[in-house]
Design a protein around this ligand. Structure first.
Ligand SMILES: Nc1ncnc2c1ncn2[C@@H]1O[C@H](COP(=O)(O)OP(=O)(O)OP(=O)(O)O)[C@@H](O)[C@H]1O
Length: 722
């Protein structure tokens, strides 16, 4: 629709008024980045369709575009002079180059000297020959010979010969005079400065002569004296970077056109911590995502390993502003990342804490509270180490209650037992049962918290969630942050008997526990649909993907189409241990090199954390000796015998229905067996080699177990006794 008052094209003055409004800071001709330049964009000839009429109100407001004028400040000093972080690495890099360059050529200097003397000898030959030719006027020899041949027998012949002889004599005289002059100069120096002065002067003249002759000889040979190492890596100049970006065919919809490439603008190239940074404006139509997708090609074109080339966007500028960071060292060649809290420092789980660094060595932080997460990666990629970093962060907030279930069975997380409420390692039936029991307990705690928080007045709990203040040490409701960690989650989730129930319970905790201060972290080496069922995956807000083998696994951890979008943890090599892509903390994926925390350091930090918990009376569960630790190796068979007397009067034939046994177990250790039915008891017994039997009782025939089968299984064989 065309409005009445827009039937005519606005004049330049009107356009300027529209754009500037009455902004006192913007002068008449000061249109800048993002603004319409009247001379560049003459008023359109066509009708303006549906353009809003400038109401007095709008015209009075400065146009929105003015807010995006860009940075008009010009840095006074270069960054390396104002930033210690930039200066030190740049200085180190140059000093290292100078030192290695000097050593390289110093070692070869005898070779260079010999080569130069050889070339000086060649130069001497060249100069002597040239002098002889000058004295004998060899240049004109052919011309002279022709003249002389033509004038043979005439007086002119004699004249010509005489002229030549005179010329030669004169030049010889000149040479002799030069010699005499040299002699006189020598005698004068001798008289003035003595024999030592003469020696010095002779040597200086000799050195000058040898240098001169060497230069003459070198010019003839046309090969450099010094051996320069051919640079494998081209320097980062405007041309090399532009050429490399050109290979990506950025704005070309049709690759043969690529006209936008002409508009790649390199804005700055400068040294920064650990490398070089390049700011680029990509051609219109291309975005940083296009470059990130083609990182591999770009690295190839820059002749650098992929993990040295890090393209990033600059959200503050515009989607086509590329900040390209080229690291000096590949990730795997860098030093291990130190744990920021190794010796001192506390963590508040409601705030960010440092878990590692990124490709530029900048600290990477995360906040555990109100987040649930997953760590995925191939075996040996560094999952357990990463989990340890997260758990130590939680441990250093003495309020946090740790519930650790590690199903790999290697005890990697057991160093955290002294501060944990629950800490188990292994994948026996009782470990699965213990997880289920713990999930039940956490669910009960979750329900308790939800009631407490619901009943709190708004003035105390405005957001109706567990806050830092509500969880303060000594709060009357016993509210504490709670961290549940399940390492190798594919095992309990895939458990034939109780797997489904575990998944349901975890899903429920993920869904409702977040706001109530319950944080869940899963780790798996097989991030398949079984390891992280879709309903659970959808509830995980932080995703950390270490090295994975294929696109499917990559996308399981980082989300659908992550691989397509260039977020590829498949590019990490075996050496990139502890290096991951992290999604969730920022709008886009972040690279994370996690801090290196081995068993010894874990123990040290745990000792510190335990001391603080002890001092504040915050030890609970296994750490406080309230629950059996994981050195209780009893299995379901031991528990069955405990509830099954040898001569059970009710079951005289030594066989009992499974349902009855389930009830007895639940009464004996409710934390483990609460809610079990007969089939779970039979499945658990089967894992320990005891199969079911049919049991007739009171006229009914049901599945059950025979006590003798259990005792046989529990009796050590002769070999074991040995
Ligand atoms: N952040 C790190 N920096 C350097 N090296 C690391 C880092 N994290 C782990 N590593 C190295 O990688 C090895 C394997 O780590 P980890 O045990 O965490 O792997 P994993 O993925 O849990 O393996 P698996 O799935 O087999 O249990 C460690 O022994 C350690 O040497």
């Amino acid at each position: 629709m065309t409005r009445e008052n827009e039937d005519r094209t606005p004049s330049d003055a009107e356009l300027a008024e529209l754009v500037y409004g009455n902004n006192p800071h913007v002068g008449g001709g000061e249109l800048d980045q993002g603004m319409v330049q009247p001379e560049d964009n003459p008023a359109p000839d066509a009708e303006v369709i549906d353009a809003p009429a400038p109401s007095a109100d709008v015209a009075a407001r400065p146009a929105r575009v003015i807010e995006h004028r860009g940075d008009r400040e010009v840095p006074v000093l270069p960054e390396w002079l104002t930033s210690w972080d930039v200066f030190v690495p740049a200085f180190r890099r140059h000093a290292k180059f100078l030192a290695t360059w000097s050593a390289h050529h110093g070692v070869r200097s005898p070779l260079y000297t010999t080569r130069f003397l050889g070339r000086a000898a060649l130069g001497l030959g060249i100069c002597t020959k040239a002098l002889a030719r000058w004295v004998l006027d060899s240049e004109n020899k052919a011309k002279r010979a022709a003249l002389i041949a033509g004038a043979k027998g005439t007086t002119e012949y004699k004249t010509l010969r005489k002229e030549h002889a005179d010329g030669v004599r004169a030049r010889l005289g000149g040479l002799a005079a030069g010699g005499v002059l040299l002699g006189v100069a020598g005698a004068t120096i001798n008289a003035q400065a003595g024999p030592d002065g003469l020696t010095v002067a002779t040597m200086a003249a000799g050195a000058a002569a040898v240098t001169g002759l060497g230069i003459v000889g070198t010019r003839r040979v046309a090969a450099p004296i010094a051996e320069t190492r051919r640079e494998e890596v081209p320097p980062l100049t405007v041309d090399t970077v532009t050429d490399a970006l050109m290979t990506l065919g950025l704005s070309g919809q049709r690759s043969e056109v690529r006209k936008g490439n002409a508009e790649i603008k390199i804005l700055r190239i400068f040294s920064t911590t650990g490398g070089v940074e390049i700011h680029v404006d990509l051609p219109p139509g291309a975005t940083v995502a296009d470059v990130i997708k083609n990182k591999e090609k770009l690295a190839g074109a820059l002749r650098r390993p992929q993990d040295c080339v890090w393209p990033e966007g600059n959200a503050k500028a515009h989607p086509s502003r590329l900040n390209l960071y080229i690291a000096d060292k590949a990730l795997s060649e860098r030093d291990l990342v130190r744990f920021a809290y190794r010796n001192k420092g506390a963590v508040n789980v409601f705030e960010d804490f440092v878990i590692g660094e990124d490709q530029r060595g900048r600290p990477v932080s995360t906040c555990l509270m109100y987040n649930n997460g997953v760590v995925g990666g191939l075996p040996g990629a560094g999952k357990t180490f990463l989990l340890r970093v997260l758990m130590l962060g939680a441990a250093l907030d003495p309020r946090t209650e740790l519930h650790i279930h590690e199903f790999k069975g290697t005890g990697d997380l057991m160093p955290l037992e002294p501060i944990s409420h629950v800490c188990r390692s292994g994948s026996d039936e009782d470990d699965y049962a213990a997880l289920l029991a713990d999930l039940n307990a956490i669910t009960a705690e979750m329900n308790r918290r939800s009631k407490i928080i619901r009943d709190l007045p708004i003035s105390v709990s405005a957001e109706k969630k567990l806050t830092d203040d509500l969880a303060a040490v000594g709060n009357p409701h016993g509210l504490r942050p709670l961290l549940l960690v399940i390492d190798e989650s594919q095992l309990p989730f895939g458990h034939k008997v109780i797997g489904k129930e575990i998944v349901e319970k975890v899903e429920n905790i993920l869904r409702l526990g977040r706001a109530l201060g319950i944080m869940v972290w899963l780790a798996t080496q097989r991030p398949s649909a079984e390891a992280i069922p879709a309903r659970i995956s959808a509830l995980l807000s932080l995703r950390i993907c270490l090295r994975v083998g294929d696109q499917v696994t990559n996308d399981m951890v980082l989300g659908t189409s992550a691989y397509q979008a260039g977020r590829r943890a498949t590019v990490f090599s075996q050496e990139d241990k502890g290096t991951a892509l992290m999604l969730g903390e920022k709008a886009d994926t972040q690279l994370l090199r996690s801090a290196y925390v081995d068993g010894i350091l874990t123990e040290q930090v745990v000792a510190r954390a335990r001391a603080e918990r002890e001092a504040k009376g915050l030890l609970s569960g296994v750490a406080a000796g309230e629950e059996p630790g994981d050195d209780d190796y009893a299995t379901v068979l031991d528990h069955l015998i405990a509830v099954w007397p040898e001569n059970d009067p009710e079951w005289p034939n030594g066989k009992v229905w499974a349902d009855d046994l389930a009830e007895r177990l639940a009464g004996h250790i409710p934390a483990l067996y609460e809610g079990w039915d007969g089939s779970q008891v039979l499945a658990a017994a089967k894992r320990h080699g005891v199969t079911y039997v049919q049991v007739k009782h009171h006229g009914q025939n049901k599945r059950g177990l025979a006590r003798t089968d259990i005792t046989r299984e529990l009796t050590p064989t002769t070999d074991e006794e040995d």
